[in-house]
Each structure stands twice: as structure tokens, then as C-alpha cells.
Design a protein around this ligand. Sequence first.
Ligand SMILES: [Zn+2]
Length: 290
Amino acid sequence: MPEPPAAGASEPPDAALGEIGRLLAGRGVVVLTGAGLSTESGIPDYRGPTGSLRRRTPMTYQEFVGSAQARRRYWARSHAGWQSIARARPNAGHRAVEELRRGGLVSAVITQNVDGLHRAAGTLDAVELHGGLDRVLCLGCRRTSTRADLDRRLHALNDAFRDEGSPKNADGDAELPDALVAAFRVAACRACGGILKPDVVFFGENVPKPRVRHCFDLVDEARALLVLGSSLAVMSGLRFVRHAARAGKPVAIVNQGETRGDAYATVRVGLPLGRTLTALADRLAAAPPA
Ligand SMILES: [Zn+2]
């Protein structure tokens, strides 16, 4: 017997799309994106139904900083997964968001993704809430460097390293056999010999305060908030949804599956993002707002 629709369930797609279209046509919409936007670029959503969060717990900041063995495990897995992130290209969803931004309908883009795909789609000022995998930070001297440079060094240090198609996830790492991890050689900062960490926010670590304030300002200046492809499982994104809702601003959510923000949503729809956003962008381009 079919279950009755739960509270906060999606509206019929056409009605919901119409409402999101009207929201965008009013301009001043901040977009908050999550892993669901990048799955169509081949980057799996580790919180989604097939995600690897079910198989293992992501490394915390405390583990990473506290243990050389944990860092070796992190960098070995990350090295194996990096190529799939580096090769990934923006999909129709990223391109539609950029089209809406260029058209003045979207005022700002905040992303929880660390894959750099909004920037690759031309949204150069997308706020990367959790940082970016294409940069590396030294915990000693705080210098940042490029992941491309570190990638060359890790290849040179680990020329015998061979990863045989292990599963990859959205953090840009891979499941690896213990023997590969144990043999992996980690690189240190060229300038000071300090510990290198990807310039991303780990679990157990806070998003830098100025970045959070900037995002609250963007939401304050906006008329509405549109969430794309996030289950809002972590507070770092959910707080902006709550903030917008408390200020009486409309919150629209496009995500396949329930989200922790559903109770705050004025409209929600569970359709695939690439197709949905392209349809919205086309509709708005065909009938530009007065
Ligand atoms: Zn350093």
C-alpha cells in the first residue's frame, strides 16, 4: 500500500517549477549548492543513497592533525581520488546557475562543494564555504599552494603507487587497500617543512568566521534563498536556510530526497538538477522579467 505523503513532501513538479521561476524572476536570489549538483559531473554524493558515508566515517580535523598515520591514509586516498576531481567538468546545472547569475536573477552563489566546478563554469565569485580541493594549506607557515604542484610532488615520491579503480567519493578520495596506504610517502611544505592539509574544512573544524559572515551578509541582502542539491545535513549550510526563513524570506529547495531544511521551505521539488535548472533558465530567458 502506498504511504501517504510526508510533511514537507515535494509539490507536483510543474507547480513547484513555476513557483521557483517566479522567485528567480523577482531577482536577488542567493543560491546554496551541495553535492547533488555535482553528481551529474561524475562526482558521487557521499551522503546520497549510494554514498560511502555508509561504509566509513570521514576523517576529522583532530585525527588529521593528531596522527602521522592518519595523514598518510588521507593523502594516499586523496592522491588516488584526485584525478577524478581534476578531470570533472561542470554540468548543465552549474552552467544554468551561471546563466541565471549573468542574467542578474541570481545575486550570489554559495557552495558546500569542494570540487571547484562553479568556478570552472564561470562563477568566479562563488563562495566556497568548505574550501577547495585545488588548493593546499601549510599548517605551519599558513602559505597556500596549488594542488597541481603537490600532485606532481606526490607522483614523484610515489612512482610505484598504482590504484586499481577503487571507488571514489565527493571529498576526492578513494577506498584503498591497507598495503597501498602503508607504503605511501607524504609531502611536507617546501617552505617550512610543515604539515600540508587540503584547503578544505574537515569534519570537526569550523568554517572560517569571515567567510561565514560574508555568507550571512549575502543572505541578508537577498530576497530569497534557493537550495540546489543539498540534504542540508550539516549546520554549516542549514544555518543560512534558518536565517533566511527567520527573516521571512522565501526558501526554495530542489533536491532528490528529504533535507533537514524541508520544514523551512516555502517550495520544494525532487527533480534531477541538470534538467530542472536548464528548464528554468530557458523559461526565464524566453520570458525575461519586466
Ligand atoms: Zn609551511
